[in-house]
Ligand binder design. Sequence first.
Ligand code: PAF
Length: 278
Amino acid sequence: VRSVFDPTALQAQMLALRASGKRIGFVPTMGLLHRGHTSLMKVARPLCDHLVVSIYVNPLQFGPGEDLDRYPRDPDGDAQKCRDAGVDTLFLPPDLYHPDHATHVNVSGLTGCLCGAHRPGHFEGVTTVVARLFGIIQPSLAVFGEKDFQQLAVIRRMTRDLAMPVEVLGAPLVRDEDGVALSSRNAFLTAEQRVRARTLHQALYAMRSANFKGETDRTRLLDLGRSCLDADAIDYLEILHPHTLEPLNPVTGPSRAFGAAHYGRTRLIDNISLSDDS
Ligand code: PAF
């Protein structure tokens, strides 16, 4: 794997590759790579000629008081994982924005609920950096995890609305052995918090299992989820349509359960489908 640090140099290389007919695949990340990230690389690898992974902790998507300053990093481990996954180029920009950067991409509607409601400005930071990364890397396809299901929906909408010639693919969430969704932020959890963090996916699975058994009342399903969840604070538990992200009642047809909860200073998110076709 070849490391590139300079956005202008990378863009020139990628434009040349594209001009020679190569398909560029792209997996954007913020580092501390785990099996969730490598699963995205596995999806992209056979679909492209040249695979680029970026590692950039994007300040625009962190709010005041969030964990930008202590976001976990592991450059050597990350490089090894990219090598093992057959990545061609690792993009490691020390900085990505011009000092007078003034353009922000905002997707309305889809960003009003879930994490968008609890982290103001977060999705604008995500769409702005992803649009810029797409401009530099010129990918034919990009892969995002369903762990950040709302992010995936927002990025799909952005690429459609702005006619970006990038195919956006989603890849399933990956869980650890205890069921906790893989996340770089899991590194912050104490042993005691980690045990309680299991109740986040347990709450979602309880709602799913009740729904499968015929319970379609939104309030009763959410009450059930809340009764299972042991967290220091709950940002949300929700059941939404997987495409529109609008609340569902009764819970029938395509539907997805979402949760966000705090364990100490660490905020975790998770989601599962309540239907086969979401
Ligand atoms: O999902 C992430 O890690 C980030 O939001 C992304 C897509 C790399 C943008 O900074």
